[in-house]
Design a protein around this ligand. Structure first.
Ligand SMILES: *[C@@H]1O[C@H](CO)[C@@H](O)[C@H](O)[C@H]1NC(C)=O
Ligand SMILES: *[C@@H]1O[C@H](CO)[C@@H](O)[C@H](O)[C@H]1NC(C)=O
Ligand SMILES: *[C@@H]1O[C@H](CO)[C@@H](O)[C@H](O)[C@H]1NC(C)=O
Ligand SMILES: *[C@@H]1O[C@H](CO)[C@@H](O)[C@H](O)[C@H]1NC(C)=O
Ligand SMILES: *[C@@H]1O[C@H](CO)[C@@H](O)[C@H](O)[C@H]1NC(C)=O
Ligand SMILES: *[C@@H]1O[C@H](CO)[C@@H](O)[C@H](O)[C@H]1NC(C)=O
Ligand SMILES: *[C@@H]1O[C@H](CO)[C@@H](O)[C@H](O)[C@H]1NC(C)=O
Length: 523
């Protein structure tokens, strides 16, 4: 009895295996084409390829969709612009490895158009959702003749690359569908702008709508949601051969980025329990992500009304326009003397790094050299540290006007903006002057009379003492401009010299000298 049951099970599983393999073919060969009612399914039953139509339309397209998701979700379309008018289409693999779609008149309406050829070609739909053409038996992904992942539609799947192969000039970008019934290319594209400081850019036609800000280390400067978390690993590669964005998912759940018809870039994940796609996040977070909303040197803050303001040290170019909330004219410097006239840099914190007509990147430059480099050239308006390879080094310098700056809620970056000497002395709140001259040796710092400091701290009153720093006590005080300051009074035998002061200042402090006494003013 037990044996019989075992045999039956064995027999049933054989039948099952046979059915599986006969139904779920994952390849196309020159001898076996696919007609309108046939599909191929990836080996692990994740994706399916075949002809489909959308909504009420009779047009037929060749595409790839999830096999096991009840809501038909198309992730790739071959003949986006060239629909078949009825169900007599045919997908064929040529002897040279070219995939072609034939219409009812047996003429080719789409082809894979690879410059490479295969001796013994086979097309296979992989469990990643990638349709690849290769030489039978050769699984090296660097030798694929052609792959659908290189020609994205509106969807980025885990493992797909968005960006450039610099050697071949291949540019992979997402293009929205025209409408939910029409997969032909719509108005929006999402692509990698490879110039100098690569970033993701969303365009409507040729108009820039949104940019990610540059990648630094583990995320983009202005897109906090695109950072690593336990199930999501963003990947950004920029080297001599390639520059692309990609991502991995560790959880075994369907995940995709899609560029919607209205131009939002959404990250969706399949929710089995509710049987629907769950929106994890939209890459554009809020109104401040509208490209260049506040004009040159304007800064967008989502927690303020109105959202736009000029950076400290700048004023509206046209206050009339600004009054009616037209910020497009942007801001100009209150004091334009920034060309070898005693200017320096003011540190702004918590920002999405700006865009500009030109920027330069040097991945091996230290922040000190970066500053010196910027100071040398009067068109250099700002610099920042860019830890692109986790080395701690990396320098970006910006030329001409800075645009599309926003305050980011978390993990914003520091930007050092070139400012006239007059703006340096003012010390606007939460911005710190870090230096005035080219080298650390020649630091010239704002000087305060000892009496000013004495008055500010109520003659170093114990009531004003807020702590004990290295080398001496620290006092709270208020200088005549109304700014609150912390003052460090050196112990006579502290041993802290001018050089130590300068080092401390370079780490964010500002120091002062007074009559025979040295004082450090921390932020
Ligand atoms: C596709 O081919 C199969 C098997 O040859 C056939 O049964 C089916 O009718 C064909 N479908 C179309 C739309 O031609
Ligand atoms: C498809 O359309 C063509 C021309 O429009 C027609 O000749 C052909 O018979 C149609 N095929 C089917 C299967 O309807
Ligand atoms: C195939 O490539 C040729 C030459 O590069 C080009 O003219 C043609 O439009 C391409 N066809 C398709 C369907 O992309
Ligand atoms: C998107 O890719 C296509 C095909 O490579 C290219 O023609 C187009 O210029 C690209 N658009 C952008 C904005 O990169
Ligand atoms: C992403 O996944 C691919 C395929 O599983 C793997 O080869 C690659 O190393 C992963 N990359 C990262 C950064 O996790
Ligand atoms: C980058 O900076 C390093 C160190 O300052 C310098 O030696 C190198 O020449 C710079 N590279 C470029 C391309 O400017
Ligand atoms: C300053 O930088 C700009 C932009 O990179 C460049 O065109 C110009 O030649 C530089 N000027 C000097 C004096 O190096």
């Amino acid at each position: 009895m037990g044996k019989l049951k075992g045999n039956l099970l064995f027999f049933l599983s054989l039948v099952f295996l046979f059915l599986e393999s006969s139904i779920a073919v994952d390849t196309i060969t020159p001898a076996h084409s696919i007609n309108d009612s046939q599909t191929i399914v990836s080996a692990g039953h994740k994706f399916e390829l075949g002809f489909f139509n959308t909504g009420d339309s009779n047009y037929r397209y060749l595409g790839i969709w999830y096999k096991n998701i009840p809501v038909r979700t198309v992730v790739w379309v071959a003949n986006r612009e060239f629909p078949l008018v009825n169900n007599s289409g045919l997908l064929k693999l040529g002897d040279d490895g070219t995939l072609s779609i034939f219409n009812e008149l047996r003429s080719i309406i789409w082809s894979s158009n690879s410059s490479l050829t295969a001796k013994n070609p086979i097309a296979e739909l992989l469990d990643t959702g990638n349709l690849v053409v290769k030489d039978a038996g050769d699984d090296n992904d660097e030798r694929y003749i052609w792959q659908s992942f290189d020609y994205p539609s509106d969807t980025l799947l885990p493992g797909m690359k968005l960006g450039w192969n610099k050697k071949t000039g291949l540019n992979r970008n997402l293009t929205s569908w025209k409408s939910s019934e029409d997969p032909s290319p719509g108005e929006y594209t999402y692509s990698v702008d490879p110039r100098g400081l690569p970033q993701l850019v969303l365009r409507k036609g040729s108009d820039e709508q949104f940019r990610s800000g540059p990648w630094y280390g583990t995320q983009f400067s202005g897109v906090p949601v695109l950072k690593v978390n336990p199930v999501f690993t963003p990947i950004f590669v920029s080297n001599a051969d390639e520059v692309y964005y990609s991502y991995n998912i560790t959880a075994n759940i369907p995940s995709r980025f899609v560029l919607s018809q209205s131009g939002s870039v959404q990250h969706l994940s399949w929710n089995d329990r509710h049987s629907n796609w769950y929106l994890i996040f939209t890459v554009q977070e809020d109104r401040c992500d509208n490209y260049d909303l506040c004009g040159s040197y304007g800064i967008c803050n989502i927690n303020r009304t109105p959202n736009c303001d000029c950076l400290k040290g700048f004023e509206p170019k046209s206050s009339k326009d600004w009054d009616v909330l037209d910020w497009s004219g942007g801001c100009v410097r209150k004091d334009p003397h920034i060309c070898h006239e005693g200017e320096g840099f003011v540190k702004f914190t918590g920002l999405k790094l700006p865009d500009a007509s030109q920027f330069r990147v040097n991945v091996s430059m230290t922040i000190g050299d970066c500053e010196a480099e910027c100071l040398k050239n009067c068109s250099c308006v700002a610099y920042a540290k860019l830890d692109v390879r986790g080395t701690g080094n990396g320098c970006v310098t910006w030329y001409e006007d800075l645009i599309d700056i926003r305050q980011v809620p978390q993990n914003g970056q520091d930007l050092y903006i070139r400012m006239a000497a007059s703006a340096l002395a003012q010390q606007p709140e939460n911005q710190v002057t870090i230096s005035k001259d080219e080298t650390e040796e020649d630091l010239e710092l704002p000087l305060f009379e000892f009496a000013t400091i004495q008055a500010a701290t109520n003659n170093f009153s114990p009531a004003n003492k807020i702590g004990e720093g290295g080398y001496g006590p620290v006092f709270k005080g208020e200088i005549p401009s109304g700014q609150e300051v912390a003052v460090k009074r050196l112990a006579e035998n502290s041993g802290q010299g001018l050089q130590e002061f300068k080092n401390e200042m370079n780490q964010g402090g500002l120091h002062l000298t007074g009559e025979g006494d040295m004082t450090s003013l921390l932020g």
